[in-house]
Design a binder for this molecule. Structure first.
Ligand code: SF4
Length: 322
């Protein structure tokens, strides 16, 4: 029976303020209305997640909010921290102490910040989205494909187990998708750090986003499975493809990513996470749904794990996986 993995997580968006302005985005807020989470609020969510049996905490935020002087002032006065990275570092330390493994994706951050966060994360992530120059990214400087490929390479240099992926239907062509997958494959062949590649269909009702058909999505998943080495899982977010999950699994999907019973998918708030029971009913008996850590088991080795993460894994009895 084919095993389909997922991670039981909680999604904590530190702030939705972002210097980019991607035309399909439904997450971003302006400075005046932006959400900013304090460490105390984060801690209470972490405890709730632990009680609910989660193993992973996903920390995320808009891209480089600290670049705005006004944001920095507001952030400092509301949280007491000088930067988002400083607050997330403290939150990751707290999560490890409670017995949750952090997976952080703060967009493109500088090398020094990546190095600091790597110390307290089991894995990290950044969507490549596409290697094509698309109009949807004209107002989003960090969506430059070379910048993102360079960042994913830096994660490889730092030996961080890494999640990336393609955002599909944002104006890229079929050949761009092949190039994007090839670029990720080249990075993995060099650093060996990619644990999964997400194939995420854009869900935008805004003008200019036709999205992708089920057939196109299945073909792309098949292509991703062909191009990426077998140890790299192909993932699809189940809330974005719930009606066709079996077809997508048949095309090559083997992982459903983080699923939260406590928080929304803040990136696609109108698409609720399916309940695990619902997923099980949908997939069994052909497929077996199996929980995993945010670090895939083949990365549970000394060279891929920092000391604080190792200590937390050992304390929870997860050093060899679930
Ligand atoms: S970088 Fe992310 S949060 Fe910022 S505008 Fe683009 S999609 Fe939205």
């Amino acid at each position: 029976m084919k095993v389909i993995t997922y991670s039981k997580n909680i999604f904590i968006p530190i702030t939705d303020f972002c210097i980019n302005d991607c035309s399909y985005c439904k997450f971003r807020s302006d400075l005046e209305t932006a959400r900013i989470m304090k460490l105390e609020q984060i801690k209470s969510q972490l405890f709730a997640a632990k009680r609910a049996g989660c193993k992973e905490v996903l920390f995320s935020c808009g891209t480089q909010p600290d670049k705005s002087v006004k944001f920095r002032q507001r952030f400092r006065s509301e949280t007491g921290y000088n930067s988002v990275v400083e607050l997330v570092t403290a939150a990751c330390q707290k999560a490890l102490e409670i017995g949750l493994i952090p997976h952080t994706n703060l967009g493109v951050i500088d090398f020094e910040a990546l190095e600091i966060l790597a110390e307290y994360n089991g894995s990290m992530g950044l969507m490549l989205e596409t290697t094509a120059e698309v109009a949807a990214h004209y107002h989003s400087p960090t969506k430059d494909p070379n910048t993102r490929l360079e960042f994913i390479a830096q994660a490889g240099q730092l030996k961080i187990p890494f999640t990336t992926g393609l955002l599909v239907g944002i104006g890229e062509k079929k050949e761009d998708r092949v190039k994007s997958l090839q670029a990720l494959c080249d990075l993995h062949n060099k650093y060996g750090h990619l644990q999964e590649v997400i194939i995420q269909p854009v869900k935008s009702t805004k003008k200019g986003f036709a999205g992708v058909s089920l057939v196109q999505l299945q073909q792309l998943i098949g292509l991703a499975r062909e191009i990426m080495p077998s140890e790299v899982a192909i993932q699809v977010p189940p809330n974005l493809a719930i009606e066709n999950l079996k077809g997508l699994i048949e095309s090559g999907v083997s992982d459903l990513g983080g699923i939260s019973s406590l928080t929304d998918d803040y990136i696609n708030p109108e698409y609720k996470w399916p309940q695990l029971e619902q997923l099980k009913n949908q997939l069994e008996p052909e497929y077996q749904l199996q929980e995993r850590l945010p670090i895939y088991s083949h990365f549970l080795q000394e060279e891929w794990l920092r000391r604080p993460v190792q200590v937390s894994l050992q304390r929870e009895g997860w050093q060899n996986g679930l």
